[in-house]
Design a protein around this ligand. Structure first.
Ligand code: MG
Length: 251
C-alpha cells in the first residue's frame, strides 16, 4: 500500500519538525554522561520538545507510551521505557524519538557509547548499523522500491557480519507515526512497494553483535536480543525527491 499524498505545507512542517528533532538530539548527545539516569534524560528531552512548540508523540493517546523517548541500553534494542537506571561508562544506549510539529510526525534514532569513544566490537556495531542506514537512504534514486532500500541495508549488515532484526521494520510516516508502506531492513531489489516523489518514510536498521532472535520483556514494551548480545539502532525520516532522498531529521 502507498501512503496518502501530503501537501507542500505538510512536507514543510516535517522539514521543520525534523530540524527540531535533530536539534534535540544534538543537545542530548552532549548531555548524556555516566551518572545520568534514563529518567533525567527523558525529562530533558520532554522539556526541549515543549520548548520548541512540538509534542512528544509517544505520550499521546494513539501510542500511550509512558514517556517522551525510548531509551534502550545494551541488549535492549528498542521501545524500552525510561527507568531510574543510571548510565555507566561504556553502556551502549539507543534513543528513539517521534515528535509532532504542526500536525506532522518525524522519527529518528541513534545509538551512542556513554562516556567513551567507541572502540572494538562496539565501534564496529555502531559503524556498520549507521552505514547501513546511509546505504538504505542512498538507494533512493529514481524509481525505487522498498525492497531496494532493504537490499542495500542488508548488504552492509551482512558485510559487517551483524545480526539483522527482521521482525521490526521501517515505515511510512507523516500524518501518522506508522503508515504504509513497511520498509524492511532486508529484501530483494525491485520487490515491495514502489515509492513516489513526496513520500516520507522512516528507515531504521536495527542490528546485533549476536543472533537475530528477539524477546519482549515483561513490561510489554522493551524488545531485547534473546541471546543478550549488544544491539544498535539508527533511524532517519526521509523525503523521496525527484532525484534522490532528502533527510529530514538532520540539521
Ligand atoms: Mg520508527
Amino acid at each position: 500500500m502507498s501512503q496518502p499524498r501530503k501537501t507542500t505545507e505538510q512536507i514543510a512542517a516535517m522539514r521543520e519538525g525534523g530540524k527540531i528533532l535533530a536539534t534535540i538530539y544534538d543537545g542530548l548527545k552532549k548531555n548524556v554522561v555516566p551518572g545520568m539516569s534514563e529518567l533525567e534524560a527523558d525529562a530533558w528531552v520532554e522539556k526541549e520538545i515543549i520548548k520548541h512548540g512540538a509534542t512528544a508523540t509517544y505520550k499521546t493517546p494513539e501510542v500511550n507510551f509512558p514517556n517522551a523517548i525510548c531509551i534502550s541500553v545494551n541488549e535492549q534494542i528498542v521501545h524500552s521505557i525510561p527507568t531510574e537506571y543510571v548510565f555507566e561508562k561504556g553502556d551502549i544506549v539507543s534513543f528513539d524519538l517521534v515528535i509532532t510539529y504542526k500536525g506532522m510526525k518525524t522519527d529518528s534514532a541513534f545509538t551512542m557509547v556513554v562516556g567513551e569513544t567507541p572502540s572494538g566490537a562496539k565501534k564496529h556495531l555502531l559503524q556498520y548499523t549507521e552505514r547501513s542506514l546511509l546505504a538504505g537512504i542512498e538507494a533512493i534514486k529514481g524509481p525505487v522500491y522498498t525492497g531496494d532500500i532493504g537490499a542495500a541495508i542488508e548488504k552492509v549488515l551482512n558485510d559487517g557480519k551483524l545480526g539483522i532484526i527482521r521482525q521490526l521494520v521501517g515505515h511510512g510516516i507523516g500524518q501518522e507515526m506508522h503508515m504504509d508502506p513497511e520498509v524492511p531492513n532486508y529484501g530483494l531489489k525491485g520487490s515491495g512497494v514502489l515509492l513516489r516523489v513526496g513520500d516520507t518514510i522512516a528507515i531504521e536498521p536495527m542490528a546485533t553483535l549476536g543472533k537475530e532472535k528477539i524477546v519482549t520483556e515483561s513490561d510489554g514494551w522493551t524488545i531485547s536480543t534473546k541471546d543478550g548480545s549488544l544491539a544498535a539502532h539508527f533511524e532517519h525520516t526521509v523525503l523521496v525527491t525527484e532525484d534522490g532522498a532528502e533527510i529530514l531529521t538532520i540539521l
